[in-house]
Design a protein around this ligand. Structure first.
Ligand code: CA
Length: 236
């Protein structure tokens, strides 16, 4: 039995059943929610490993559900929506979603995205990487790798799981330029073009949270067309 538990938020019964049957066939545990309020309730009571979230819900919009969940949790959220415009995707990703799948979707792709999320969660486990019991410090940035939290000026940065993973990856390689391909491979387990596009979005949101006007230091440097680098910042 797969230990993984997925919260499926979908108001359309045939699609909900399709996803539930697929998960059951592949030995995943799951919970079902048919609207936004139920999703938030289930999310807070059961703390699922991953959420599959429809955006067009009868009570509150899915983007609002993402924002509400992000107030207290970094649980990975995969949006599954019929909305296929770029701005819809960007809105959902900016609100804190980790991935976006457009309806109609293939069950195989859904499972593949889920496996990516599982790998990523496994990589986030503290015992998985080079004995990371330590604390990373760079200027006013501090990452408690064991606790999985990042701080700036002593205040916790509210990062999504992908933003945190990106930050750790760059921090572990401070001073080195990491290519788009290397980063997407490390974060998503693949280097599809769509991941490179997502990387730009996540990097933008990460920077918005990390770099602030009270601190002149630049932590993440862009190398146009190549990738990104974490710079060593003076403590002063
Ligand atoms: Ca719907």
């Amino acid at each position: 039995m797969n230990k993984f538990q997925i919260l499926v938020v979908e108001d359309d019964p045939p699609i909900r059943n399709l996803i539930a049957t697929t998960l059951k066939t592949h030995d995943y545990k799951y919970l079902l929610a048919k609207d936004g309020e139920e999703a938030i309730l289930q999310g807070s009571t059961h703390n699922p490993d991953v959420v599959f979230l429809d955006l067009g819900l009868p009570d509150i919009d899915g983007v609002e559900v993402i924002k509400r969940i992000r107030e207290w949790s970094n649980m990975p959220i995969i949006v599954i929506s019929a909305r296929s415009e770029d701005e819809d995707k960007i809105e959902a990703l900016d609100a804190g979603a980790d991935d976006y799948l457009t309806k109609p979707f293939s069950v195989e792709e859904l499972l593949a995205r889920l496996r990516v999320m599982q790998r990523r969660i496994a990589m986030l486990q503290p015992d998985n990487d080079v004995a990371e019991s330590s604390v990373y410090e760079n200027g006013k940035l501090k990452i408690d790798l064991a606790a999985g939290c990042a701080y700036k000026n002593g205040e916790e940065l509210k990062l999504t799981p992908i933003e945190y993973k990106l930050l750790c990856l760059l921090a572990r390689n401070t001073g080195k330029v990491l290519t788009h391909k290397y980063i997407t491979q490390k974060i998503w387990g693949s280097a599809w073009d769509s991941n490179v596009a997502s990387l730009r979005v996540f990097m933008a949101t990460l920077r918005k949270k990390l770099e602030d006007k009270n601190d002149n230091a630049v932590y993440i440097q862009t190398h146009v067309g190549i990738g990104y680098r974490m710079l060593k910042v003076d403590a002063g």
